[in-house]
Design a protein around this ligand. Sequence first.
Ligand code: ARG
Length: 570
Amino acid sequence: MTSTYDELLSRLRVGFDAVAPGADPVLRPSEHADYQANGVMAVAKALGRPPREVATEVVAHLDLGDLAAVEVAGPGFLNLRLSADYLSRRLLALLEDPTLGIERARESRRVVIDYSAPNVAKEMHVGHLRSTVIGDALVRLHRLVGHTVIARNHVGDWGTPFGMLIEHLLELGEDRAIAELSIGDLNAFYQGARASFDAAEEFRERSRARVVMLQRGDPETRRLWRILVDQSVAYFSEVYAKLDVLLSPDDVWGESAYNDYLEGVVADLDALGLLVESDGARCVFPEGFVGRDGEPQPLIVQKNDGGFGYAATDLAAVRDRVFGLEADEILYVVGTPQAQHFAMVFAAAREAGWLPERVHCEHVAFGHVLGPDRKMFKTRSGETVKLVALVDEAVERAEAGLVERGADLTPDERGELAGQIARAAIKYADLSTERQRDYVFDLDRMLAFEGDTGPYLQYAHARLRSILRRAGDAAVPDRLALAEPAERDLALGLLALPEAVASALEGSAPHRLCTHLFDFAQRLTAFYEACPVLSAEGEVRDERLALCRLAARTLALGLGALGIDAPERM
Ligand code: ARG
């Protein structure tokens, strides 16, 4: 079912094309009407004609059928008001439509999403929380419109620290090391390794020798490395389960997965004449990257000791994603500090011909999570905050909140609901912030049932479900009259869901869907104030219940696309 927005847009195009072929109608939701087309201004300017005259001419060529009434407003805006017949027809169709007007994409794309990517034997921090939550929402949104998503969890499982980590494992003894890692005490393990490394030259020697053995594929060293990887991945999976994200161990495609291709990357770059030796390191100098001193910036592919770095792995990964996975699109959900790295990797890959023009490649960057003092989020002793500890604390507080509210639930039900509320709080706070911006991690605000929060939206949904339960069976009306302005406003919100999803996808911007859902919940509040539902009678009651059904489904579907549950009761 074509969305209202797309339907209006295609009809407007006909009018604009008649005056200025190819002109963009610039269609937007509006405060002054239902929608507004602002494209006349640009056309008038280009043609050197008065805007109102152009507007009148566009209108003369429009065929809006019974969809909407149009009116020229102000200097030359086109105000559009949807007709009562159209609204009623549309709502009745939505009642029958499982995806509430969200269409499948015209062409289904293969989208590789690189997200989460914690590091083996290192605690997951809030940066990984953001990557995981945003990545998960992008996975769900793409699937919702029929794209094929391939998740890639590019965990840091290779590199020089592994010499030290393996030696520390031996120092602790395998059993103790496994015990420490399996309870998720990754910080302690890593710091123990660091301490030994800093304390003794003899340990440093062994660590360096161990890295060489690891790289040469010594079987015993590989076995010990496997322990570190497997234990860490098992721990990450527990965190993913607590967060209810879709990642599984099958999606883990760590840095080490590309080891066999690194020599080839270097050889091929060399053959293409892109490799330059600089201070003993082998580098690519992609065009357009200069440092502050005006000197070209190197992307180091192979270090002067012969080791391969982060960039080499990412170049190998791009090739695999483009030619092996046949990706049409690759998204990297990684923090803003890595912007330069990705820009250079993409540029180098394009120059090498490994990233054809048709493949859209994007660094989906995000800002920092701040502590209450608005500085980087750290524990009082300056350590990384353990992600699980945050989730557990959110669950505890949510549960305490339910007890305080005197919610009528068995302990099991209460535990489950507390988990759902806690996840909603954490995920929504993250997703509703424009992703490039920083935000303060404040559990009290995130968990509140009022304001722009996940639990508030869940509550709005549960309230609708409660009304619908109490109402029992109701007839589906033949027509929705929308006599009250609050009913009409709610209906417009229902119709705008597909646009919100499309725009969230377009900008890899889940916050746009959040904004829409929050706005929608406010329309609901206005609706309850003006329009009693259960105490209404006859057709008015049926109509309002139909609106409630659609509203509940809208919230559940929208929250679901963000990875947030919509519980039946709260
Ligand atoms: N492991 C890295 C980190 O913790 C993130 C990896 C991101 N993905 C990538 N393809 N480089 O910062």
